[in-house]
Design a protein around this ligand. Structure first.
Ligand SMILES: Nc1ncnc2c1ncn2[C@@H]1O[C@H](COP(=O)(O)OP(=O)(O)OP(=O)(O)O)[C@@H](O)[C@H]1O
Ligand SMILES: [Mg+2]
Length: 384
């Protein structure tokens, strides 16, 4: 049997070799090419006789050329296969010096004449091109994904920019009234104009955030004092809270956690939650009270310190029907709502590696009304 096989191989080996679609190159222990098949000729653009007798490295550009010789040497020296038996991706070089990605697997063969190596080379050009195409498409999809939320983005700008615009208009009106009265108290006017300036800067910052989102650039993070960021809400929510006679009650973690975040974004989230809380409480004519609690705390989850900010209201709470849709863009139960607030909040919190959720207060205190919306964000800085 064996001799029949050997006989057949002796007569047909070259036919089989040339029929193989992968390039096959045999070389001696010095890395000198002995035999190449037709696929190798086609792949590298050399004639068989041009390659036979040449070092295998002729088919590789630098730095693979030097590295490869190193591998063969070290294999022979240590008898430890570095590339032998294991395929690896390399770069091949054709006769015209153009390069292309290849997959090279080398096997050691023991024959009567001694050890030699058989290299099997596969052209990865198409495979790589397909991979790159896939990557590009992924990028493109991500971009399209972002742009398809363009409608949401436009809505988001409109939604967020409304807060500072309302405040700007309020401060401007206050200035007009003061000045119309004649001999205004310049200190009060100055204070109002300063706030006006703050709010217009804030409007600019919000637009910048939206631009960053569209361009897919991460927000600017800084290490901030969480309590200061939250206490600022008293001034920022002034347009809403004071108008409605609602009281913001702060219960903040002490000492104040240091949070690595974009403070403007975090304030936007808290502000949206506060606005929703006010709406909810007024929906039932504040029959359970007018206080909104803003609570911060630090907890540890899977060895990671998380800061939690909770906005707790005494509105009607969230019913089951509504619960599933709350975070969907454009879902609103309000006559003049856009339904954007919570989806904006969620995207901001998730960009910070956190989560946003809610519960009805009755879940932790059955005599309690209303809902608590909370977000948790990894601390990112040292908790001092
Ligand atoms: N504190 C809350 N208590 C009860 N229901 C709430 C509360 N916050 C939000 N909701 C419900 O979630 C819905 C979606 O809120 P979201 O902030 O996304 O939009 P919106 O407030 O309706 O409109 P806007 O885009 O102006 O914020 C609200 O319409 C309301 O039904
Ligand atoms: Mg809202």
């Amino acid at each position: 049997m064996e001799s029949k096989r050997q006989k057949w191989l002796a007569g047909n080996a070259h036919v089989v070799l040339d029929a193989v679609v992968d390039a096959i190159i045999t070389m001696d222990t010095q890395g000198i090419v002995q035999i190449v098949n037709q696929a190798a000729v086609d792949l590298f653009g050399y004639q068989a006789h041009e390659l036979e007798g040449q070092p295998i490295t002729t088919l590789m550009p630098e730095p693979y050329r030097s590295q490869h010789m190193g591998y063969v040497d070290s294999y022979l020296a240590s008898a430890q296969a570095k590339i032998i038996g294991i395929g690896r991706e390399l770069v091949g070089q054709r006769k015209d010096e153009s390069t292309f990605p290849i997959y090279l697997a080398i096997n050691e063969v023991q024959s009567a004449e001694g050890v030699y190596f058989v290299g099997i080379i596969r052209d990865l050009s198409e495979h790589k091109a397909a991979q790159e195409m896939l990557l590009k498409q992924k990028d493109h999809l991500a971009q399209v994904g972002r742009l398809s939320t363009m409608g949401e983005m436009t809505a988001s700008i409109a939604h967020e920019i409304n807060q500072p615009l309302t405040a700007i208009s309020m401060y401007a009106q206050a200035c007009i009234r003061l000045i119309e009265k004649g001999t205004p108290n310049m200190n009060i006017v100055l204070e109002a104009v300063r706030k006006l300036n703050d709010q217009s800067l804030r409007a600019g910052a919000i637009i910048e955030r939206v631009q960053r989102f569209v361009q897919n650039v991460g927000g600017q993070r800084e290490l901030v004092d969480l309590n200061t960021v939250l206490l600022d809400l008293r001034y920022l929510a002034v347009g809403d809270a004071r108008l409605h006679g609602v009281e913001l009650v702060f219960d903040l973690a002490q000492p104040s956690p240091k949070l690595l975040c974009d403070p403007i974004q975090i304030q936007q989230v808290a502000l949206n939650l506060i606005r929703n809380a006010i709406d909810a409480m007024f929906e039932i004519d504040c029959k359970y009270g007018r206080a909104i609690k803003v609570v911060s705390s630090v907890s540890e989850k899977a060895n990671e310190k998380m800061v939690e900010v909770r906005v707790q209201d005494c509105g009607p709470g969230v019913d089951e029907d509504n619960a599933a849709k709350l975070f969907t863009a454009f879902h609103t139960t309000k006559r003049d709502g856009m339904g954007m607030g919570l989806s904006i909040c969620r995207s901001i919190v998730e960009e910070h590696g956190g989560e946003l959720n809610f519960c009805n207060n009755a879940e932790f205190d059955k005599n309690n009304h209303g809902a608590s919306f909370y977000f948790r964000i990894p601390l990112g800085g040292e908790y001092e």
